[in-house]
Write a protein that binds this ligand. Structure first.
Ligand code: CTP
Length: 471
């Protein structure tokens, strides 16, 4: 029946239905069914096929913040799709916000726009070739990758995304993307079928897990006649807005000049070469704190146990496994102005981890002798020469949260404890939200339950207040 209805619609209505369906990620038939189910059919085709809502624009309609990116450097990689022409507009948008720009054009991009146009808009010649002697002599691909605050890829074609996900480096753009240690933002643009293809979904999941930020694509008409769906590149203004947010533009940098060490995640303590003692920590809270501190201008070293989440952008990450390795990495990162110890460090390790896999069938279960691990927080808080000005610990509790936190504050010699209830019913361990109590000598402050990123932001603000302006 829906087929019949759709076929009978005039072309203009059909077109609007197609856009609406694409925007909601449904087939046209399903979109009609949803509208009918919602009871909108009684209002006739007017509201049912009313104007397609403009896609939510994170940048909003806010006017370009002149100078919002002043002093920042953006490397733009323009991929080979028809949306490359919008890449030229993006150069203008970013430059009018005051950023310095460098532009790389892939071979495909040069079929749509010229290096001359990109270079003229960027105020510096555009780069195209990995094996260009002049380019390598003047700048070199490694410096292109590093001498920037952020790498933006717009449009990010399906091919470029696949190369990034696979770690290929067979041209200047992909080599720079592999060599960069800076945050990367991609603005995908492709045909809706390509966007929906399982291979692209896989690549997208891989890239986001690697910490790549994504804006768009939006729903709309495609360059191909009669095609519509999700796949249009986000508008240059939207991308420029995302760049501002990622670079913390216009935000104060209250921790500028401060060195901070953050521990995060669980530790793994070996039992034998294949088994270990661990806990349920995801690292989400510690990583969020490191990210928020870096956004606030701090020079952050994150010492992370084994986690399945991406490294936060703009942070030096040191990956460790055991408590002892975590302590060694933290001590090596001292001195620092602030230490935040969010890791769920295993309290015990096996006294003598087996060199070979422990076998069963010996008639009795192995008796594992445990010894206590060093307390990283207490070691740093009591450091004779390199104690940070502010030492902050966490308390993971399942009962008597405040009382235990107060005891830990005294026992470990730190300045603040963020106490949280990690009982399974709270969903804190591994979840995205947290409710913490800030316990200090001055008293207890209970914060509302909020996303871990918001907890991190509040903590960073409190740290900035406590430290005051850098002398
Ligand atoms: N901590 C640490 N090194 C350890 C154990 C804990 O640095 N070996 C830190 C944690 O990172 C956290 C604080 O100490 O900031 C409290 O950790 P928690 O697991 O809540 O308490 P424990 O000290 O391990 O005590 P208990 O397990 O008895 O609650």
């Amino acid at each position: 029946m829906t087929n019949l209805t759709i076929r009978r619609l005039d072309e203009a209505l059909k077109h609007r239905l197609r856009l609406r369906a694409a925007q909601n990620g449904r087939s046209m038939e399903k979109e009609v069914r949803c509208l009918l189910a919602a009871g909108l059919s009684e209002d006739g085709p007017g509201p049912m096929l009313g104007p397609v809502a403009k896609p939510a624009s994170p940048a909003g309609a806010a006017a370009a913040q002149a100078g919002a990116l002043a002093g920042r450097r953006v490397l733009l990689i323009i991929g080979g799709g028809i949306a490359a022409y919008k890449g030229l507009d993006l150069i203008r948008r970013v430059r009018e916000r005051g950023a310095e720009m460098r532009v790389i054009l892939t071979y495909g991009a040069q079929q749509f726009v010229t290096p001359l146009a990109a270079g003229a808009l960027a105020g510096e010649r555009a780069y195209t070739d990995l094996f260009d002697q002049t380019t390598e002599f003047d700048v070199g691909h490694i410096r292109l990758a590093r001498d920037t605050d952020l790498v933006a890829v717009a449009p990010a074609t399906a091919n470029l995304m696949a190369k990034m996900a696979a770690g290929l480096a067979d041209d200047l753009a992909s080599t720079v993307l592999l060599a960069t240690d800076k945050p990367v933002l991609i603005a995908p643009a492709m045909n809706p079928q390509m966007w929906a293809h399982p291979a692209t979904r896989r690549n997208l999941a891989r890239l986001t897990a690697d910490g790549v930020r994504v804006i768009g694509p939006n729903a709309g008409e495609m360059a191909e006649r009669g095609e519509a769906g999700v796949g249009r590149m986000a508008e240059p203004g939207e991308i420029a807005g995302a760049l501002e947010r990622l670079l913390g533009a216009g935000m104060p940098h209250p921790l500028k000049g401060q060195r901070m060490i953050v521990t995060s995640g669980p530790t793994h303590e070996p039992i034998d070469p294949v088994r270990y003692i661990a806990n349920r920590s995801s690292g989400k809270q510690g990583h969020a704190i490191a990210e928020a501190a870096a956004r606030a201008g701090a020079d952050v070293t994150l010492v992370s146990g084994p986690v399945a989440i991406a490294d936060p952008p703009g942070v030096r990450v040191i990956k460790v496994e055991s408590a002892r390795a975590m302590l060694a990495a933290v001590e090596a990162a001292l001195p620092a102005d602030v230490g935040v110890f969010a890791a769920a460090v295993a309290d015990w390790r096996v006294a003598e981890a087996g060199e070979q896999k422990i076998k069963k069938g010996t008639g009795s279960a192995p008796q594992l002798a445990l010894v206590e691990n060093p307390d990283i927080l207490a070691t740093v808080a009591r450091h004779p020469t390199k104690r940070p000005r502010l030492v902050i610990g966490f308390a993971a509790e399942t009962e008597h949260v405040i009382a235990h936190a107060r005891a830990k504050l005294a026992a470990k010699g730190c300045d603040w404890i963020l106490a949280n209830d990690v009982s399974p019913r709270t969903g804190v361990m591994g979840g995205d939200a947290n409710s913490v109590h800030l316990v200090s000598e001055g008293g207890v402050e209970s914060w509302p339950r909020q996303p871990k990123a918001a907890v991190a932001q509040s903590l960073v603000e409190r740290i900035a207040q406590a430290l005051g302006p850098r002398q």
